[in-house]
Design a protein around this ligand. Structure first.
Ligand SMILES: [Zn+2]
Length: 241
């Protein structure tokens, strides 16, 4: 495919991913999703600072991995763009990143109850989800990951995993592509809701490490990813595009 077509496709899919995560109530007025530039691995694409529900092609900006602007662009970027660049820098396997504040995941950043998969679809978020706490390294902050140093610290906690929680704030998800990032983000939230609904009844029985690995491998195939993407795309109003 021609380079311009690759970029055009990436921008289109990024707009759809914004709308999907908004429609599925993972991202609300805040939070964001990005994709690595399809022909320049040292750059990524991310909307200007606006609610994902209303993001259009014209809102997409290009950044270098250090969070600086790749082009002359005077629009206001997201303050937390450093999350994305730091993860792309640390993780060559990652080509899509989301950051959200889904309320269902927050309790797991405040307690010792682990956010581990309890149902098969959530296997895509991995065996364990660590909690990043900005307090020990950065003290009292405005709770935003708005410097490169904080981005790198968060990326270190994420390590090789697919998701991490931010204490009292939200979560980050990392995946190979935009279809996969929607799966991780949405099923992470669903998994958190299922645990919260289970706890009043008793302790949840988590999937075993082997079940998580096998289910995740199955769901990482092109068929499940495309089927889920088509479903969410239709719900977000983009059916037939
Ligand atoms: Zn945030």
């Amino acid at each position: 495919m021609h380079e311009c077509d690759l970029l055009d496709n990436a921008v289109k899919d990024l707009v759809i991913a914004n709308r999907i995560l908004a429609r599925e109530n993972v991202i609300d007025g805040f939070g964001h999703v990005s994709v690595r530039h399809p022909t320049d691995r040292e750059r990524f694409l991310l909307s200007r600072s606006r609610s994902p529900e209303v993001v259009t092609r014209d809102d997409i900006m290009e950044f270098r991995l250090d969070g600086s602007l790749a082009c002359d662009d005077h629009r206001r970027p997201y303050a937390e763009r450093f999350i994305h660049g730091a993860i792309y820098m640390a993780r060559p396997d990652v080509n899509a990143v989301s950051h959200h504040h889904a309320h269902a995941v927050i309790p797991f950043s405040l307690t010792n109850v682990p956010l581990r998969p309890v149902f098969h679809m959530a296997s895509v978020m991995g065996i364990d989800v660590p909690v990043w706490d900005s307090q020990p390294e950065f003290g009292d902050t405005n709770m935003l990951v708005d410097t490169p140093e904080m981005g790198h610290s968060l990326a270190r906690t994420l390590g090789t995993r697919s998701a991490a929680l931010l204490r009292g704030h939200g979560a980050v998800c990392a995946a190979a592509n935009l279809k996969a990032i929607c799966m991780v983000s949405i099923y992470m939230r669903d998994n958190a809701e299922l645990i919260l609904r289970t706890l009043p009844l008793g302790q949840p029985s988590y999937l075993s490490d082997g079940e998580i690995a096998k289910a995740a491998a199955m769901l990482s195939g092109a068929m499940p990813q495309t089927r889920a993407w088509d479903y969410w795309t239709a719900r977000a109003g983009f059916q037939g595009l």
